[in-house]
Design a protein around this ligand. Structure first.
Ligand SMILES: [Mg+2]
Length: 396
């Protein structure tokens, strides 16, 4: 089998990759919605993969993997990887999880990073109110992640939150020491949310980046009585193109609160320091930034050897991203906690994709399905009407 073409369409806001072959089998991969600008980057790889056998996934990946980098520049490589697994699965007549070694669980736990309700303000009561709504959500989530601090915009709305300058216009560049007032405010918000969730639903906090080391340590210690699931991305994360494992290690060694990072990191090699230095308790790679599902699986296995847990990121990766997560997470070792559940936005995404269970999430879990490849596909007729003028030939 040979790859004949690579296409990329922006559907809604998500770049979608479609790889075709000379045997009529095609594969689909999806990139997260804030990265519509990645389309030309996807197309750059076409010259390196056309003519290759897509079922030798790793051999194809060796041709392009060295041409990617940290978020957002690893997502094109990652989406191509997922489309190749989709083809390989369809060609073998097997679900992708079997090609990754087989499933060790029949249903995968998800955590809520995407089912959201508008917040009236940013007081502890406002945090408690949305937490109650998320706790009541039909998906029955067992873990909810909430942005707070620099990640939740507290530095913009809470006067004298920190000693730094409030920077606007580019994400996550405000950084500095928290004031006593800022620290107390965050603790009050967490207290209010925990009163709603109790010990029934886990609370994870997406915190930064933007913290400096002393504030991170103080806050992590203050969180100990609350038993939060994890503190995410305090030091680096999101669009930070480096890791700073030694700084994370200082935070992690100072506290019994779980410290988490990794969504922006590209390739297993760049997780090496975090894992070998035991710099965090939980890694959170995104399959569509790390270099794909096999790359993430390897990294999760290596983390397990070091007593480190894994909770894959992926809130904006769309419904094809969701399918890839289900197959991958079914095969991850026992250090797996949950993956971040992506939602289809706009809502019509659910009308143009077929193959997902209905309802998708039951009691906080998704049942692993058995159809070949990723097991999801476009309803072409329904999807065509959302193709942009320049992408009209996407299905041809
Ligand atoms: Mg995050």
């Amino acid at each position: 089998m040979k790859i004949t073409d690579l296409k990329c369409a922006i559907i809604g806001q998500n770049p979608v990759v479609r790889i075709t072959t000379d045997e009529g089998i095609y594969g689909i991969g999806e990139i997260e919605s804030p990265k519509a600008y990645i389309k030309p980057h996807v197309m750059y790889y076409k010259q390196f993969i056309v003519g290759q056998d897509p079922t030798n996934v790793e051999r194809v990946m060796l041709r392009i993997r060295n041409l990617g980098s940290f978020k957002p520049w690893g997502s094109a490589v990652s989406a191509i990887e997922m489309a190749l697994w989709d083809i390989a699965g369809k060609a073998a007549g097997l679900p992708v999880y079997k090609l990754l070694g087989g499933k060790i669980r029949d249903k995968v736990r998800v955590y809520n990073g995407g089912v959201r309700f508008p917040m009236k303000g940013s007081s502890p009561e406002d945090y408690a109110e949305v937490m109650q709504k998320m706790k009541n959500a039909k998906e029955g989530f067992t873990i909810i992640k909430q942005p707070i601090s620099f990640h939740g915009g507290a530095h913009r709305v809470v006067p004298n939150f920190f000693y730094g300058e409030v920077e606007d216009g580019s994400p996550y560049i405000s950084r500095g020491l928290l004031t006593e007032k800022g620290l107390k405010y965050l603790i009050e918000c967490v207290k209010a949310m925990k009163e709603v969730l109790g010990d029934e639903v886990g609370l994870a906090l997406d915190c930064g980046p933007g913290w400096v080391l002393p504030s991170a340590i103080k806050f992590a210690k203050a969180m100990e009585p609350f038993n939060v699931m994890w503190l995410e991305d305090m030091i680096t994360g999101d669009y930070t193109p480096y890791v700073l494992a030694d700084v994370y290690r200082e935070v992690t060694r100072s506290t019994s609160t779980n410290i988490h990072t990794g969504e922006q990191i590209y390739l297993r090699q760049n997780f090496k320091d975090l894992i070998e230095k035991h710099a965090v308790n939980i890694i959170g790679p995104d399959p569509c930034d790390i270099g794909g599902i096999a790359e993430l699986k390897w990294t999760a296995e290596y983390a397990d050897l070091h007593g480190i847990l894994v909770a894959p990121h992926g809130v904006f990766n769309g419904l094809f991203g969701l399918a890839a997560q289900v197959h991958m997470c079914a095969t991850l070792p026992k250090n797996y906690i949950a993956f971040e559940y992506p939602v289809g936005r706009p809502e019509w995404w659910y009308d143009i994709v077929e193959g997902l269970p209905n309802p998708i999430v039951k009691d906080g879990f998704i049942e692993v399905w058995d159809s070949p490849g990723m097991g999801v596909d476009f309803n072409e007729k329904a999807a065509r009407k959302y193709l942009r003028e320049e992408d009209k030939d996407f299905f041809d």
